[in-house]
Ligand binder design. Structure first.
Ligand code: HPA
Length: 276
């Protein structure tokens, strides 16, 4: 079966259950799923009921597609995601992004939990992603390219849409939410970084590190979606004057859940203010 055929099957399965055509897709990362509860008139479809959509195996990721309205706008929410470290291929974990595009979305907002590499960053910060470094060891576009889905060699110079970033910064000001801006480096995981790796990633120019997002953004650009990315900084890896704190998935989830209400405010404002 080709990627196009798998995608068409997934789209048909969703269309058999919900007619809403989303303007915007939202991807809610580790511990950040609560925003999905704000969706009005929701049609919630478990990933397990959509052919070819992989099911998350890690705590903190629910695994549902929710179609409905947020701030009056038609949205499709991916509540929970799959990661490469779960053993899925890059093509599998990004099928949900292609599905958003196939359902009609033109914009996608991608969120994640990330470790702060910049000395300026604290646990609890929100970071608008300006750019990324793909250090995951793979690329979701490896293999034959289907020109009907996107170009063989997609341009990644402005992967994170400058106009959407400006909109998010304005939204943050209006909501009085402090935000940072920076570069996200996507690693494979699931082991956290060694001190030597942390130093390397910092020298590369990364401000935050996480185990998701980059494959999704590559596919989103391939599919012609405009992208906004927001990272929730759950642990400050190199905070000035502090010994490196141990990090564990439970701490990351707890920190993400504490940040989630602020992230939700930011995203709702962005969705509300998106030009149609
Ligand atoms: N490293 C990698 N991924 C992460 C981290 C981290 O410190 N925190 C949350 N996701």
């Amino acid at each position: 079966m080709t990627l196009r055929e798998r995608l068409d099957e997934a789209r048909r399965a969703v269309r058999a259950r919900a007619a809403l055509v989303p303007e915007v897709g939202l991807v809610l990362g580790s511990g950040l799923g609560a925003l999905a509860d704000a969706v009005e008139g929701p049609d919630a479809i478990p990933y397990a009921e959509i052919p070819h959509v992989p099911v998350p195996t890690v705590p903190g990721h629910t695994g549902r597609l929710i179609l409905g309205r947020l701030e009056g706008r038609a949205v499709a929410v991916l509540q929970g995601r799959c990661h490469l470290y779960e053993g899925y291929s890059a093509e599998q974990i990004t099928l949900p992004i292609r599905l958003l595009a196939a359902l009609g979305a033109r914009t996608v907002v991608v969120t994640n939990a990330a470790g702060g590499l910049s000395r300026e960053f604290h646990s609890g910060d929100l970071m608008i992603i300006a750019d990324h470094i793909n250090f995951s060891g793979t690329n979701p576009l490896v293999g034959a390219n289907d020109e009907t889905l996107g170009p063989r060699f997609p341009d990644m110079r402005e992967a994170y849409d400058p106009a959407l970033r400006a909109l998010a910064e304005a939204a943050a000001r209006e909501e009085r939410l402090p935000v940072r801006t920076g570069v996200y480096v996507g690693v494979l995981g699931p082991s956290y970084e060694t001190p030597a790796e942390v130093e390397m990633l910092v020298r590369w120019g990364a401000d935050a590190v996480g185990m998701s997002t980059v494959a999704e953004v590559i596919v989103a650009r391939h599919a012609g979606l405009r992208v906004l990315g927001v990272a929730a900084i759950t642990n400050a890896i190199r905070r000035a004057g502090a010994a490196p704190a141990p990090v564990g998935h439970e701490d990351v989830l707890a920190a993400a859940r504490a940040i989630a209400p602020r992230l939700a405010r930011l995203i709702r404002r962005v969705v509300r203010d998106l030009p149609s």
